[in-house]
Design a binder for this molecule. Structure first.
Ligand code: APR
Length: 240
């Protein structure tokens, strides 16, 4: 195959070995705080300061020097460099570790921690410091609140038409580090099976909720199994 079209979905598990928490593993974020309070529009309306505190802490952690991309992030960036124009990385993660590893063909379907959004005019702004109710939108001078540019439960993820089109066209769908609990991402493998022709493979620490839907599964830490699988693709030993 000349240049295979590959869609990769990543979740919190790919950033775990970089030092960032997952959501549903033991001690994960949703065992530390209530997602209803910090990851829903209702929670933000009810108590914006609590929501800002939650994301400010995650933004400060992401900026600390010990948080760096790992070998799994770098392997996926290498795959894109080897097949320019035919690899699309769709991440559920709001960290910037894929960008820092070199990935460019990238969609943050759940938004980005290092951006803010104006509730009044919709402006999206780079934001790597703390965010609070006192911050005013530079575009509309603060008619509404600035919020984290993060897609919360009950909101529509970003760029879905582009993602579904890529899933329908791809030769290979790779899912990395996600528990398969949250839709629409959890339904991507089924979409490939029903509407596409690509092979599907799950690379995870343990079987996800959707494990049975994948053609192939490999389990282990992402920093080991992702570089190994990328090497199989690049060496031709994984037949596409
Ligand atoms: N290597 C590979 N996989 C790992 C590793 C690791 N080192 N550590 C954990 N995992 C796996 C876990 O086994 C689990 O299946 O990563 C997955 C993490 O699952 P979740 O914590 O549910 O995270 P994710 O699937 O990304 O959540 C999806 O839910 O709360 C929302 O918006 C949030 O984007 C998030 C979405």
């Amino acid at each position: 195959m000349s240049k295979p079209s590959i869609v990769i979905l990543t979740g919190a598990g790919i950033s775990k070995e970089s030092g960032l928490d997952t959501f549903r593993c033991a001690g994960g974020l949703w065992q530390q705080v209530s997602l209803e309070d910090v990851a829903t529009p209702e929670g933000f309306q009810r108590n914006p300061a609590l929501v800002h505190d939650f994301y400010n802490a995650r933004r400060a952690q992401l900026r600390s020097p010990e948080i760096q991309p790992n070998e799994a992030h770098r392997a996926l960036a290498r795959l894109e460099q080897e097949f320019p124009g035919t690899v699309l990385l769709v991440t559920q993660n709001i960290d910037d570790l894929h960008e820092r590893a070199g990935s460019q063909s990238l969609i943050h379907m759940h938004g980005e921690l290092l951006k803010a959004e104006c509730e009044a005019c919709g402006a999206v702004l780079p934001w790597d410091g703390d965010l609070s109710e006192a911050d005013v939108c530079p575009s509309c001078q603060g008619a509404g609140l600035l919020r984290p540019r993060v897609v919360w439960f009950g909101e529509m993820p970003l760029e879905m038409p582009r993602i579904f089109h890529a899933l329908e066209q791809c030769d290979l769908f790779i899912s990395v580090g996600t528990s398969g609990n949250v839709y629409p991402a959890a339904g991507f493998v089924d979409h490939v099976q029903r509407c596409g022709q690509g092979d599907t493979i799950e690379l995870n620490l343990e079987p996800s909720e959707g494990a049975s839907l994948f053609d192939q599964k490999r389990y282990g830490p992402a920093t080991r199994i992702v570089p190994a699988f990328v090497e199989e693709i690049l060496s031709g030993s994984y037949r596409l």
